[in-house]
Design a protein around this ligand. Structure first.
Ligand SMILES: Nc1ncnc2c1ncn2[C@@H]1O[C@H](COP(=O)(O)OP(=O)(O)O)[C@@H](O)[C@H]1O
Ligand SMILES: [Mg+2]
Length: 299
């Protein structure tokens, strides 16, 4: 056990930026900091996957290299929204059957996509040697400008380790009272059990009928989080409730592509613009993401 812990420490201290620069063939790229965003919620069905997919595409439309990772174990919805059928997923990398490069899918929407399947849950049980392979593979994603991870809802999900290691965590809620309560619940878990105090938490209110409604809901959550958890959460914006979302799900074409001027599309572009303007100096890039990820594992 002791030996295992030593090996893990050694792994944590290794320089993953090597793999990043080798992959890109450009040594200068090892300084490149990939922004890693996890999208989560307390309650399921609040729109995480739709936000993650369309936000990813909006980023790509700004000329950024975007990788979207489906971390929702229960239902792999990203495939459905993008209308792709991945042959391989993270599980194949974890089992050393494939390299990361082999499982990344190009999509017609300008983003790259990695299917998570049940891969995430297995990470908890990997040996140090297996973790080493996975970490090295993961670090090759360091060429991306941004990695967006769509996580499952609630505390029972296995991706909280990824939430803990991400630079920024976006909590999605709707105006529904149960969604609000559950948003508070997940923020409480993230801030008290999962990560240290430095996590950068942002709130996104989906399915609103007015800008005022979004602001009101976020004010309420931000106030109680401040009051009871002593934690600062920022409001990143709202997305209108609009039938275009469901229609695009049915057509399996992201609404930001099919209806770029629809209200939810405009909202997401605003949000991406706002995110782009926020300071990223606290962002750690892929190699530090892995270190944080592995340090959770060693506890
Ligand atoms: N802004 C919105 N306007 C209208 N319907 C929405 C909106 N966001 C989500 N929905 C509906 O909610 C469903 C669930 O969204 P989804 O992104 O799969 O949620 P989650 O990933 O949180 O489980 C969608 O299929 C759509 O019908
Ligand atoms: Mg989902």
């Amino acid at each position: 056990m002791e030996e295992q812990a030593d090996d893990l420490r050694e792994l944590m201290n290794s320089d993953f930026s090597d793999a990043i620069s080798t992959e890109s063939g450009n040594a200068a790229d090892s300084n490149h900091k990939t922004r890693i965003i996890a999208i989560t919620s307390g309650k399921g069905g609040v729109g995480k996957t739709n936000v993650a997919v369309n936000m990813a595409i909006a980023y790509a439309q700004l000329g950024k290299k975007v990788i979207l990772i489906d971390g929702d174990l229960g239902m792999a919805n990203v495939n459905v929204l993008l209308n792709v059928v991945p042959q391989f997923n993270l599980m194949h990398v974890i089992n050393k059957k494939k390299t990361m490069k082999e499982i990344i899918l190009d999509t017609e929407f300008g983003i790259k996509f990695i299917a998570g399947a049940n891969g995430f849950s297995k990470i908890a049980n990997l040996s140090v040697e297996e973790l080493g392979y996975f970490a090295k593979q993961f670090s090759t994603l360091g060429n991306a400008d941004i990695i967006i991870i769509d996580t499952g809802a609630g505390i029972a999900n296995n991706v909280l380790q990824f939430v803990a290691a991400a630079d920024e965590v976006y909590v999605v809620t709707t105006p529904e009272p149960t969604a609000i309560t559950d948003a508070y619940g997940i923020i409480k878990i993230i801030t008290t059990e999962i990560v240290d105090r430095s996590v950068n938490l942002k709130l996104l209110v989906n399915r609103v009928h007015s800008a005022d409604e979004g602001k009101r809901i976020s004010d309420r959550i931000i106030t109680i989080v401040g009051q009871f958890l002593g934690y600062k959460v920022d409001y990143i914006g709202f997305v209108y409730d609009d039938p275009v979302v469901q229609a695009s799900v049915i057509r399996q074409k992201p609404f930001i592509v099919v209806n770029p001027t629809a209200k939810p599309s405009v909202c997401l572009k605003h949000i991406v613009g706002r995110i782009e303007k926020t300071d990223t100096s606290g962002n750690d890039g892929v190699s530090n993401f892995l270190k944080k990820f592995l340090s959770k594992k060693s506890k």
